[in-house]
Design a protein around this ligand. Structure first.
Ligand code: HEM
Length: 135
């Protein structure tokens, strides 16, 4: 599967979970999970969708194993960070190591994305490279 499609599909699943959590908070009038909801929506929906847009604009990255790794690590980090932030705000301090490891996963994934961005140049250059390779 292409890296952009994977990003868009995962982003939609995170958005469904994030919006569901928001509706649950609003309905119950208990906003104690608000930090988890905010992280889930911003990391899982907004950021992941933006990664997908970047990969769609750079066709050479669509089949890149590094790009796919970046998305998978980001998704795993988002899932565990959301659970850890929710647990910590409910008073379960044992989840601190989970928050720390997932934050490092997200940091590593963003580092990888940064490398891909610096290496990939403009969309026009990327399209030229793909067309040249196809000829
Ligand atoms: C069905 C859709 C949504 C519902 C029902 C919902 C509901 C809520 C509720 C009840 C709060 C707590 C507000 C408070 O206690 O002050 C909240 C906070 C927040 N939500 Fe959502 N939300 C939704 C979608 C989103 C989306 C799509 C995003 C981001 C892309 C988002 C980002 C945030 C953020 C950043 C906060 C924290 C705001 C603050 O610090 O005051 N939410 N949301």
């Amino acid at each position: 599967m292409k890296s952009s499609s994977t990003s868009f599909k995962a982003a939609c699943l995170f958005a469904l979970a994030g919006l569901g959590m928001g509706i649950g908070m609003a309905a119950s009038q208990d906003h104690s999970l608000m930090p988890a909801h905010a992280h889930l929506n911003l990391l899982g929906w907004v950021s992941l969708f933006l990664f997908g847009v970047y990969y769609r604009l750079h066709p050479a990255l669509e089949t890149s194993r590094l790009a796919m790794t970046q998305i998978v690590v980001w998704s795993v980090g988002t899932t565990f960070l959301t659970v850890a932030v929710a647990a910590l705000h409910l008073g379960h301090t044992a989840f601190e190591p989970v928050a720390a490891v997932s934050a490092l996963l997200l940091f590593g994934s963003l580092g990888l994305f940064t490398v891909l961005v610096f290496r990939s140049g403009s969309p026009a250059q990327a399209a030229t490279r793909v067309m040249t390779a196809a000829e």
